[in-house]
Design a protein around this ligand. Structure first.
Ligand SMILES: Cc1cc2nc3c(=O)[nH]c(=O)nc-3n(C[C@H](O)[C@H](O)[C@H](O)COP(=O)(O)OP(=O)(O)OC[C@H]3O[C@@H](n4cnc5c(N)ncnc54)[C@H](O)[C@@H]3O)c2cc1C
Length: 461
């Protein structure tokens, strides 16, 4: 518990104006996108890396819990102070783009920089930062690195880890470390940056991030395909890639998701379709783009696509994307609570995964609309329940457990992008052996022997 003496000592480090203990702030920082609520003891806004170091040093000596927090847009409770503690927030001061190095095509940012601000700043200079989580308008680069966030463009451009070149971070002891370099090659020593990526704030506080930038392709095109069944669509997904085409994005909606968007927005969507696929391709030259689209149309046709539409301009492209952009909110017509997970499998296993999910849906008599980033094997699986019905909630959780089991059996993972946090912690046993979990715990202990940094997360405790 944090008493007044601790508050006084911490405010000696950051100044009274950067430490909040009033009820309004404690409530404001008690949520993330899980909508679970845990009030912290206080919220601190460090001004710089030295503040972070001094705060951690003090907390480590006094066994005080620290939880780093970006925008709080996480879906698994990673930034929640489930047993109290100090929220360390970066949006007030540590939110600057420090450098855009055009010669080496890298950017250096503080953890509180919003993803979209980085994208816009580098695009203004003709460069491109591809990771684009749907939360790009709010989520921070510090949070993106800590969750290894991915987005629609992951199918072609990869995810956050593919762009992190170097990090600066503060260990719970207060020591400052550097991991990685501004070089393409670096094989000296353990890959500590690799360990910190997706560590969900449990190992160190990230204070500076150096990311790789690339050149933005000039031409893009969007297309939309209608399929008689989810299986036809899933076959089309992996066969497109297997035929040597790598679309930027390949997203899908199943029948329940299509119907939900149509019911809410009346866009004239094909409500009798088993699934739709929406895909973007890009290239440096128009003829390459056209060749790619032709090939996709051919592969889709061979896999049962009954209607293939290519957007003529940006306006039409936006229209084709409408269903995908609005399906998450639309499927709430099926239940007051959605238990949404983001299991991911190798692309060729998508047809089997979807088969298993629909069997689980029948077994529990629960609707499970699915949509998502099939280009990278990531399916958003939404078990819909009446949140006030305890019995249904229990069934929903059982259904989710079986979805996890199916994904793991098919060589997949519990989470493609949302991480583990508290929500998926009970399921780590399905995905990892005792030896593997013990290795995770040893790594945690090496970084944080006193367990002060974001404890009780990731199934480690
Ligand atoms: C509408 C919506 C859409 C989303 N779409 C996507 C998507 O397409 N792809 C995707 O991957 N995710 C998505 N997410 C989930 C979420 O936005 C991402 O996980 C994002 O990376 C979290 O960033 P944040 O700044 O909000 O971090 P927070 O939620 O605040 O924190 C996430 C984790 O990072 C840790 N952390 C934060 N900053 C630091 C730091 N400086 N040092 C150490 N640890 C730190 C926290 O302790 C916590 O464990 C979505 C969420 C919402 C609400």
């Amino acid at each position: 518990m944090i008493d007044n003496l601790h508050i006084k000592a911490l405010s000696d480090i950051v100044g009274y104006e950067n430490i909040y203990t009033d009820k309004a702030h404690l409530i404001a920082y008690s949520y993330d996108a899980t909508r679970a609520r845990f009030e912290p003891d206080c919220v601190i806004f460090p001004r710089d890396e030295k503040d972070v170091s001094d705060i951690l040093h003090y907390c480590n000596k006094n066994a005080l819990i620290i939880i780093p927090r970006g925008a709080g847009s996480g879906f698994t409770g990673g930034s929640l102070s489930i047993k109290g503690g100090i929220i360390l927030a970066f949006e007030k001061h540590m939110n600057k783009i420090l450098e855009i190095d055009m010669d080496n095509m890298v950017a250096v940012v503080q953890p509180g920089v919003i993803n979209m601000d980085l994208q816009k700043s580098v695009e203004a200079k003709g460069l491109f930062y591809p990771p684009d989580p749907a939360s790009e308008e709010h989520s921070t680069i510090g949070g993106n690195v800590s969750e290894n966030a991915g987005g629609m463009r992951a199918a072609k451009y990869g995810i956050t880890k593919d762009y992190v070149m170097a990090l600066r971070a503060v260990l719970p002891s207060g020591e400052i470390i550097r991991a990685g370099k501004r070089t393409i090659k670096d094989v000296a020593g353990y890959n500590i940056a690799g360990i910190l990526i997706a560590s969900e704030g449990t190992l160190a506080v990230i204070t500076e991030i150096t990311v790789k930038l690339i050149t933005k392709p000039k031409f893009t095109k969007t297309a939309f395909g209608v399929f008689p069944s989810v299986q036809h669509a899933m076959n089309a997904v992996y066969k497109t890639f297997a035929n040597g085409i790598t679309p930027v994005a390949m997203e899908f909606l199943d029948n329940l998701s299509i119907k939900a968007v149509e019911e809410r927005f009346k866009k004239g969507l094909p409500t009798d379709a088993g699934a739709i696929l929406i895909t973007d391709v890009d290239a440096a030259a128009q003829n390459v783009l056209d060749e790619q689209m032709e090939k996709i149309s051919e592969v889709f046709g061979l896999n049962g696509c009954s209607e293939f539409k290519i957007a003529k301009d940006e306006h039409e492209a936006k229209d084709l994307w409408f269903a995908r952009r609005n399906c998450s909110q639309s499927i709430t017509i099926y239940g007051s609570k959605k238990l949404n997970e983001d299991v991911t499998v190798p692309r060729s296993k998508l047809p089997e995964l979807l088969d298993e999910i629909y069997e689980i849906s029948k077994k529990y008599n629960l609707l499970i609309p699915c949509f998502g980033h099939t280009g990278d094997g990531n399916v958003h699986t939404n078990v819909m329940v009446d949140g006030s019905n305890e019995e249904q909630l229990k069934l929903g959780h059982k259904a989710i457990e079986e979805v996890f089991e199916a994904a793991i059996k098919l060589g997949g993972t519990l989470s493609g992008e949302h991480g583990i946090g508290i929500s998926k912690a009970p399921f780590m046993r399905l995905a990892f052996t005792d030896a593997e979990m013990n290795l995770f715990r040893s790594i945690k202990k090496a970084f944080d022997p006193n367990n002060i940094l974001n404890p009780y997360k990731m199934g480690l405790d």
